[in-house]
Design a protein around this ligand. Structure first.
Ligand code: 8X3
Length: 250
């Protein structure tokens, strides 16, 4: 399908209020996209949208009506970055807090599916769509105390694979970008219920954890390959991290 190259292409980024989402919105805007910044915190996304010349749409990805409203605001979507997600707790399986596990599945997996399902018509309408799902190395490796999050992120990997199979033959690519240790303001703080000391300990002694901008750069690269080039998966970690348990700390 021919697309109108005179109009800026549209990208939708969920979880755009902070961290990897906000950095990705900036990176895609720098690539010339009109970025729809979606998140629950309106004040933050409005500020970001004003900064990058984008659009803010307040959206809770766990809510059907909210996601339908997002889709209604985006008739044509070239790039969808399913970034919203998160972890709560480090409980072991034998002490699993099922509410926390349910929240993680709801946000990381069902939220991604809900947004994708709603925006598929707009991705099709673009004639050349790219879906970038932000997974995690937690979708590759199990680690003690990580079960609720690793199960959900393995879900993101498998949903991405399934979608790629189901969309084969359509002009839509599906990529999973799976970061390892990324130091952001909120990920670990939220995981540890606001305990800054525990959050800081995650990165203790690590010379250079990834920053949100590093991941945004990878997402932006994936989203801007020529149409026939499909990057299925991209695992990105800091040099200091060889595996979940193998992190060099100075
Ligand atoms: C975050 C990576 O190692 O904290 O997605 O699970 S980890």
């Amino acid at each position: 399908m021919d697309t109108d190259q005179t109009q800026p292409r549209t990208a939708v980024v969920t979880g755009a209020s902070s961290g990897i989402g906000a950095a990705t919105a900036r990176a895609l805007a720098a690539q010339g996209f009109r970025v729809v910044c979606a998140a629950r915190r309106s004040d933050r996304i409005e500020e970001l949208a004003a900064e990058i010349g984008g659009v803010a749409v307040t959206c809770d990805i766990t809510d059907d009506a909210s996601v339908e409203a997002l889709a209604a605001a985006v008739p044509e979507c070239h790039v969808l970055v399913n970034n919203a997600g998160g972890a709560i707790g480090t409980d072991r399986v034998d002490g699993a807090d099922l509410d926390a596990w349910r929240w993680m599945y709801d946000v990381n997996v069902l939220g991604l599916v809900r947004v994708t399902r709603a925006l598929l018509p707009a991705l099709r309408a673009s004639g050349d769509g790219v879906i970038v799902n932000v997974g995690s190395t937690a979708g590759r490796w199990a680690y003690e105390g990580g079960g609720g999050y690793t199960a959900a992120k393995h879900g993101v990997k498998v949903v991405s694979e399934t979608l790629r199979l189901e969309l084969n033959g359509e002009p839509i690519r599906v990529c999973e970008v799976a970061p390892g240790m990324v130091r952001t303001d909120e990920f670990s703080l939220k995981r540890f219920g606001g305990d800054q000391e525990k959050a800081d300990a995650v990165y203790a002694g690590v010379e250079a954890p990834l920053l949100a901008e590093d991941v945004a750069d990878a997402i932006s690269w994936v989203a801007t390959r020529p149409s026939h080039v499909d990057i299925d998966e991209l695992v990105i970690k800091p040099r200091a991290q060889a595996a979940a348990h193998k992190v060099h700390r100075g």
